[in-house]
Design a binder for this molecule. Sequence first.
Ligand code: IPM
Ligand code: MN
Length: 359
Amino acid sequence: MNMKIAVLPGDGIGPEIMAEGCKVLCKIGETFGHTIELEEALVGWTAIDAVGEAFPDATQEACDHANAVFFGCVGNPERDMTVPQQERPERCAVLRLRTGNYANLRPAIVYGALAGQSVVKPEIIGDGLDILIVRELTGGLYYGQPRGVTREGDSARGVDTLSYTTEEIVRVSRVAFEAAQRRSKKVCSVDKVNMLASSQLWREVVTKVGENYPDVELTHMLADRACMELIRDPHQFDVIVTGNLFGDMLSDEAAVLAGSLGMLPSAAIGDGKPMFEPIHGSAPDIAGQGIANPIATILSGAMMLRHAFGLDAEAQAIERAVESALGDGFRTPDIHVPGTDKVNTQGMGDAIAERIAQG
Ligand code: IPM
Ligand code: MN
């Protein structure tokens, strides 16, 4: 197969982790006989510094030419506050790249080798965990109108709007039910039906869509309770489907179950150009030191092979290689414990690339 991929490393640790993500993809190309064309483009503060805007036209063109977008991370908390919100990389790059991609798949997998490292007690994690959070990505509080800050004299008012339409809920819940059919056939829909009108519709619509998937068991849970249950008894969950903001929060929470934010990949799919990115941010505090964990990015590459190109065996080859590198004791500092082998970003990328094998 011939794959054209736009590579957008972005800010902070982005270039370091993305180099390893691309290394592993190229190893897949060699091993399985695929041609992988990578076109790198600027995004975020890196792009602002180079050409004056966070999402230059050339970057849009690179994405338009490609079959999929491989994204690192953007943002710099110190500089983010120096520009109006609509000019921040998160808004003008991330949200733009998500256009059309209404479903965000965020698998939270706790590998057996890291089970002891979760912040949650070992008896709760058991020998691992595999949850899929399906986060609605193009609606909800991030987009609803009206939004903005209005000022009058010394006083001001900040407004965001939480709105969901039937169509928006139907399409993302279908993604969740279909994913559940390939897994353990359970969907838990998370909302805040006791307080929010948008949640009232959310629950109504998810329930209706669920009638078309009689083989999948649907439950509902309030978002605050879900935060608590995810830590108290994570094994009760298989697929979680939820709105944009709840999904943002629950997926960070799921990441601490996995032992580190550096472990969780994601896929943004739907009607847009599919985009794959680690769920963590640009971590400016450790940028440039070569110590960031590249696994979330490498696993995002696996999701790209599976979801953008239908290459399941290749995706599994990456996932197995990650498991095997962890099993052999390779650890970046964020997941390092005594008795394991501390490696840097590149060392982890190499360990995983070396373990790529067919079948
Ligand atoms: C994420 C991030 C983004 C979000 C930011 C960078 C806009 O936190 O992907 O989880 O809030 O969606
Ligand atoms: Mn987030």
